[in-house]
Design a protein around this ligand. Structure first.
Ligand SMILES: Nc1ncnc2c1ncn2[C@@H]1O[C@H](COP(=O)(O)OP(=O)(O)OP(=O)(O)O)[C@@H](O)[C@H]1O
Length: 695
């Protein structure tokens, strides 16, 4: 039977070496092969990660920053499992992650039947009784865990009460496990996990209730009101306690004059279901807290209160959640928790305001970017090609305090593989044959003091990922060929159109780098899901006409309807090209539907599939010509632009070998480099080279 930790009755110190039966080699072998054979198959893992997506997002936000630094310093690794003990995500020290990848990677199972005795299994068996657990190195049964200690903390969802629905007791949502060298970490591991679990549980409560409840924080120390050790209560507008964090429940229980038993009143345990009935769904005046007086105050000290004397109290009004627009078939995945803020009211700086044309989803993105502009948090932008990731980075940079420092953009897909390290990290003279004799500073160093934008990060080769990770961890760059490391300080934004988490699962993108990059992840909505196509088109048109120094024509209702109806596989880039072409075809004061040459995505696919299928066409000359049908003279054109197929506008295929013609083909595909590369059967890098763009 586990013995109780002295400082906290909910802490479990597991059996010692003396009491643990020695394992025979056969048992060890069995456990090792069990760990191998029971790892979750990819489909099941993807399903589990979807089920726990919101928990994963909260944990990733809580872990980013200080905890990651601590893990690196301790050379420890943190895993998040679901309630069945399957690892959903891991964070932390690279050495552990690579050498013990089997156990620490998403999909590994930590229940006792898979991995033998360990702290996570201990907690998951009885999450309330063993909220915190620790297992010493000698007590691990799995050979893969020999030499390492494990510690764990249960993540409990808040118990809550809802009018008409009664009480939902808090359930175990998952478990945090710390795997470490016991001589480095020792007693700190449980303290760190306990604080982190409190922090995550508080965040979960705020996410669930902050939109329509008042959030009340209580602490004896005013400066700790925002810390994980504060008691947090969610209160309905009429003053009834709807939910409480673990510490909140303990505080309520300890100050209740009648009710829960002595054990609970001491505030040492997690209240049982029966106890929680006495605490939640109760009006605050049961604790002699005058609700109307509290709501009018932002923060106060309860100096003479009979039960909470000396407590500081802060009351936060409900903050309506900015819910991303109803997801269409291809929904965006921006974490709702990131939007659960008062970002709606923050005024936008000019650079961000310029990107906003009236779409509610985009308004949320801008508001969030405004908040994060100076948050010193690595940002990961996800979104289809052409949705405006690069534009967003430029606007973010201008909105930040580093606006006058360099913004260095690197397209990871366009770097030649053999030169990528030299390009990024620089080299000393004579580092390799053909190098500049004077040596060269890398692009990363150019970003010093400013912001580094790594576009198409999903295309970064694995060996470069390892090197980049080291730079991000140590904030030092050592050029190829050796030499003095140089310190660097830059803000980091990465972007990709690829589902990066899937790449992590496949093993082609490093999990540790992924978590370094995604301090916050923002998914930009595709154009077809935006409601501001009219405003965006007008803004693009104004810009194009200014560039061409010509009068800006108006947009007829017909053309606007067509623009709204189109699917926009190439997103804003495609819209821009389409308007550019319409302008070229229009001499009057109004752009009309007849000036459009839109192509349904299906036809573009057909065209490109045709090229791919025909080896002759890959090598024979290709020219993309204007349509046979002059849109200006077509009397029966009914303005339904989707009738036009790309084939109508491509008279002959000649040669895709010249950069100019490749560019035309690329424009016809809405700038979708991946699709054109796939079509031609060449890599993106080769395509970029042939296009003549190396950055
Ligand atoms: N909000 C906006 N307002 C006006 N133009 C925009 C906006 N966002 C993007 N654009 C234009 O759309 C085009 C594509 O934008 P951008 O290059 O930022 O997309 P991207 O998502 O980075 O594409 P890729 O993934 O292919 O690199 C650019 O020409 C840009 O000027």
């Amino acid at each position: 039977m586990p013995s109780r930790h002295a400082a906290d009755s909910s802490v479990t110190q597991c059996a010692t070496a003396a009491s643990a039966p020695p394992l025979s080699p056969t048992t060890n072998d069995l456990l090792a092969s069990a760990a191998l054979s029971t790892a979750c198959p990819p489909d099941e893992l993807a399903w589990r990660q979807r089920q726990s997506a919101s928990l994963m997002s909260t944990v990733a936000t809580a872990v980013a920053g200080h905890t990651l630094n601590l893990l690196e310093h301790w050379q420890a690794c943190l895993v998040l499992t679901d309630r069945d003990g399957v690892v959903l995500a891991s964070y932390g020290h690279q050495r552990l992650l690579s050498s013990d990848a089997l156990l620490l990677s998403p999909g590994a199972r930590w229940r006792e039947e898979s991995l033998g005795h360990n702290a996570l299994a201990e907690t998951l068996n009885a999450p309330r009784a063993n909220r915190l657990a620790r297992v010493a190195l000698e007590d691990h049964e799995a050979p893969l865990l020999k030499g390492l200690a494990s510690a764990s903390a249960a993540l409990l969802s808040p118990a809550c009460w809802q009018s008409g629905r009664g009480l939902t007791p808090g359930a175990c949502e998952g478990c945090l496990g710390l795997i470490c060298d016991p001589y480095r970490v020792r007693q700190y591991s449980l303290g760190m996990l306990s604080v982190l679990a409190d922090d995550i549980e508080q965040r979960r409560l705020s996410e669930h209730f902050g939109a329509d409840h008042h959030l009340l924080r209580l602490h004896l120390n005013t400066s700790q009101l925002d810390s994980p050790s504060a008691a947090l209560l969610a209160v309905t507008p009429s003053g009834v306690i709807a939910a409480a964090s673990r510490r909140g429940l303990q505080l309520l229980a300890s100050q209740l004059t009648t009710g829960p038993d002595d054990n609970l009143a001491k505030g040492t345990n997690i209240p049982t279901r029966d106890d929680v009935h006495l605490l939640l769904g109760q009006p605050l005046d049961r604790w002699q807290l005058d609700w109307p007086a509290l709501t009018g105050n932002h923060q106060l000290t309860l100096a003479d209160h009979p039960q909470f004397a000396g407590y500081a109290l802060r009351c936060q009004q409900p903050v309506p959640r900015i819910t991303p627009r109803a997801p269409a078939a291809r929904a965006t995945t921006t974490s709702p928790s990131l939007f659960a803020s008062d970002s709606t009211t923050a005024p936008l700086t000019a650079s961000l305001a310029r990107l906003h044309h009236g779409d509610p989803g985009w308004a949320q993105v801008c508001a969030l970017l405004q908040r994060l502009a100076n948050a010193r948090l690595p940002l990961l932008l996800q979104g289809e090609t052409g949705v405006g990731k690069e534009e967003v980075v430029k606007a973010l940079h201008q909105a930040s305090s580093r606006a006058h420092q360099p913004l260095v953009a690197i397209n990871c897909a366009a770097l030649p593989t053999e030169l990528v390290e030299a390009e990024l990290f620089g080299y000393r003279r004579g580092a390799f044959t053909g190098a500049d004799p004077a040596g060269r500073e890398g692009r990363l160093l150019e970003a010093n003091g400013g912001r580094l934008f790594l576009d198409e990060i999903g295309d970064m080769p694995l060996h470069v990922q390892a090197r980049l990770l080291r730079v991000l961890q140590e904030r030092e760059i050592t050029p190829l060929g050796g030499g003095q490391p140089r310190r660097v300080d830059f803000e980091l934004v990465a972007a990709t159109h690829q589902p990066l988490l899937e790449r992590v699962r496949e093993g082609s993108f490093r999990a540790d780098l992924y978590y370094r990059l995604c301090g916050a992840t923002i998914t930009l909505p595709p154009l077809r899901e935006r409601q501001d196509i009219d405003g965006l088109s007008r803004a693009l048109l104004t810009r194009l006409c200014a560039e061409q120094q010509r009068h800006t024509p108006s947009l007829s209702p017909d053309i606007l309807r067509c623009l709204r109806d189109h699917d926009w596989p190439g997103n804003i880039r495609e819209l821009e090209n389409c308007l550019r072409l319409a302008l070229a075809l229009c001499d009057g004061d109004q752009l009309d539907a007849v000036h459009l040459m839109l192509h349904p995505a299906q036809n573009v696919m057909n065209f490109t599939a045709g090229i791919a299928a025909s080896p002759a066409l890959r090598t024979s000359p290709v020219t993309i010509c204007p349509s046979h049908t002059d849109p200006l003279s077509s009397a029966d054109n009914d303005s339904r632009v989707t009738k036009n197929s790309l084939d109508d506008h491509i008279a002959a295929l000649h040669d895709l070998s010249s950069a100019q013609e490749l560019q035309i083909a690329l424009d016809a595909l809405g700038g979708n480099v991946s699709r054109l590369a796939r079509t031609l059967g060449i890599s993106r890098t080769t395509l970029y080279k042939r296009l003549g763009t190396h950055d």
